[in-house]
Design a protein around this ligand. Structure first.
Ligand SMILES: Cc1cc2nc3c(=O)[nH]c(=O)nc-3n(C[C@H](O)[C@H](O)[C@H](O)COP(=O)(O)OP(=O)(O)OC[C@H]3O[C@@H](n4cnc5c(N)ncnc54)[C@H](O)[C@@H]3O)c2cc1C
Length: 496
């Protein structure tokens, strides 16, 4: 059911609390921008959302494959923290939540394909001496990791410490190389040497509480039944959330302008001077005007460029962030041997395993609702390419060569030959992804501006959604005193 919040008392109450009709421009229509726009509009702000492309959702996007939509960006959300569930409840769509099959994930490394030890976090095993972990680590590595809770708490480990430094010093090289590295590359697109502990939601706080990475992993995942299992999705895929948010935001009176890339911002020197938005060539964006506040929900490089143009900062702050490309290739394969889900819900591939892909998701095994949308015996596999710091292996390949590589990798990962004529459809999607929070120099945010997005609050919807809500709340606090002498029905933007 789609709830129309414009009709609810919740919305009317929020609006009454904010009498000012603050004019806010939200720039970027991914999940962060949509969630922030909704909260701002619910609180009575007059919101215009500018999205540079011709669709909403950003990295939440689906393509048609084997007659049904399949996600080629985010396909699920982490259930930790309950922030996504809270939003779904507010939107009235908890009945659309679907759970993954309890099959567990695998890792392909030096020792070949092996099930990922259950119950860990980013590959840190919750029970290092259990057989599932010993198969990866051997007795030596397993005993070294199992002794970790007995080690004294390391004073030099905090949120800024990299995952690599923390894992290597406390758990040993084998845990780092055989379990943690494939996961940080597959899930965070980041080498553990470049991933701060604080970027892994909850890990740094759990380590601070327990003094042990093994105990922290156990604490973080004790509710999960299989490794990689603490996620959920929505019937029809995660674009369901985009559609419902877009409808809700529009019903709240927010103007959504597609194809409106904001290429420059300007603001007078006074703290309360209005913001102006410009497109390419410095021309005002059609439908744009003056805004009391701006919320930037764009990737880091775009946010830095916009703020740098609006309020030039020392060059140290303008440093280019470490962004890179990844590519997703989705294959639809008509082969009922895949009904047996030979690699569970999917596989993370260690570098050096002789396979170019860094991960494979067996989409139709992982999500039974999606299997129901295709013909019996048809399966959808999703391969990801592009480890941090290097272009995706598919980057320069023409379509035939990219398909051939994905076909070869899928067969190697699944451990079975798949005839080429069994591939009944395929799609490729290139993504530009940012560095995790804390990886780039700090950015000074001017008054009446706020930042949202995964580069600010952490990768994944479970971090992006609360981060965007916090950014919207901060902006509302900052602009609470503004009142305009206009009625609610007046055009939300003044002429440029
Ligand atoms: C392949 C892949 C798989 C993923 N899987 C998962 C998953 O399963 N679960 C999960 O939780 N997360 C997953 N993620 C991460 C998740 O998708 C992101 O963390 C999240 O979608 C980021 O949302 P965002 O709004 O911050 O950014 P984006 O979605 O990138 O949105 C930014 C928007 O800003 C627009 N924009 C950019 N510049 C401008 C401009 N100058 N003017 C106007 N608009 C502009 C862009 O067009 C875009 O729509 C995945 C990511 C990828 C790439």
């Amino acid at each position: 059911m789609i709830a129309n919040h414009a009709e609810t008392g919740e919305v009317r109450g929020e609006r009454q609390r904010t009498a000012g009709n603050t004019r806010v421009a939200v720039i970027g229509g991914g999940l962060a921008g949509l969630v922030a726009a909704r909260d701002l509009a619910l609180a009575g702000a007059r919101v215009t959302l500018f999205e540079g492309s011709d669709r909403l959702g950003g990295r939440v996007h689906a393509v048609q494959l084997a007659g049904a939509p399949f996600d080629v960006g985010a396909e699920a959300f982490a259930t930790r923290g309950g922030s996504v569930a809270a939003l779904l409840t507010e939107l009235g769509i908890t009945d659309r939540v679907v759970q993954p099959a309890n099959l567990g994930a695998w890792v392909v490394g030096d020792a070949g394909p092996l099930p990922l030890p259950p119950g860990g976090a980013i590959g840190i095993p919750a029970k290092p001496l259990a057989a599932a972990a010993r198969k990866h680590l051997g007795w030596l590595g397993a005993v070294r990791a199992a002794a970790e809770p007995l080690l004294p708490r390391a004073r030099n480990i905090d949120g800024d410490t990299t995952v690599a430094d923390a894992v290597r010093s406390r758990l040993g090289e084998r845990v780092l190389q055989r379990l943690v590295r494939p996961i940080t590359l597959g899930v965070y697109s980041a080498e553990p040497e470049r991933l701060p502990l604080a970027a892994v939601a909850g890990l740094s706080a759990a380590y601070a509480r327990t003094g042990s990475l093994v105990l922290a992993a156990r604490e973080l995942r004790e509710a999960s039944v299989a490794a990689g299992g603490a996620v959920a999705s929505l019937a029809g895929g995660m674009t369901t959330l985009v559609s419902v948010l877009a409808e809700t935001v529009a019903a709240l009176g927010c103007d959504i302008v597609l194809g409106a890339s904001v290429d420059a911002l300007s603001k007078g020197a006074a703290a309360d001077a209005p913001w102006k938005l410009m497109g390419g060539g410095g021309e005002p964006i059609p439908g744009s005007g003056h805004f009391d506040a701006v919320l930037l929900a764009v990737p880091e490089s775009a946010a830095r460029a916009l703020l740098q143009a609006a309020a030039p900062a020392p060059s140290r702050e303008a440093a280019a962030p470490a962004e890179h490309d990844i590519e997703v290739i989705a294959l639809a394969i008509d082969d009922d041997r895949l009904d047996a889900a030979p690699r569970g819900t999917g596989v993370l591939v260690a570098a050096g395993a002789g396979i170019a892909a860094k991960a494979l998701t067996h989409v139709t095994a992982k999500w039974p609702d999606r299997a129901a949308t295709v013909s019996p015996g048809t399966h959808v596999l999703r391969l990801s390419y592009g480890r941090a710091g290097s272009a995706p292996e598919t980057a320069d390949l023409d379509p035939a060569a990219a398909l051939a590589l994905a076909h070869r990798d899928a067969a190697a990962i699944l451990g079975m030959h798949v005839d080429a004529d069994r591939i009944v459809g395929w799609e490729r999607q290139r993504w530009h992804v940012g560095a995790p929070p804390g990886a780039s120099p700090r950015l000074t945010v001017p008054p009446r501006a706020a930042l949202a997005g995964d580069w600010v609050s952490g990768t994944g919807l479970a971090s992006v959604i609360p981060g965007a809500r916090a950014a919207a709340a901060g902006l509302l606090r900052e602009t609470a005193h503004i009142t305009h002498n206009t009625s609610r029905n007046e055009s939300p933007v003044s002429p440029a």
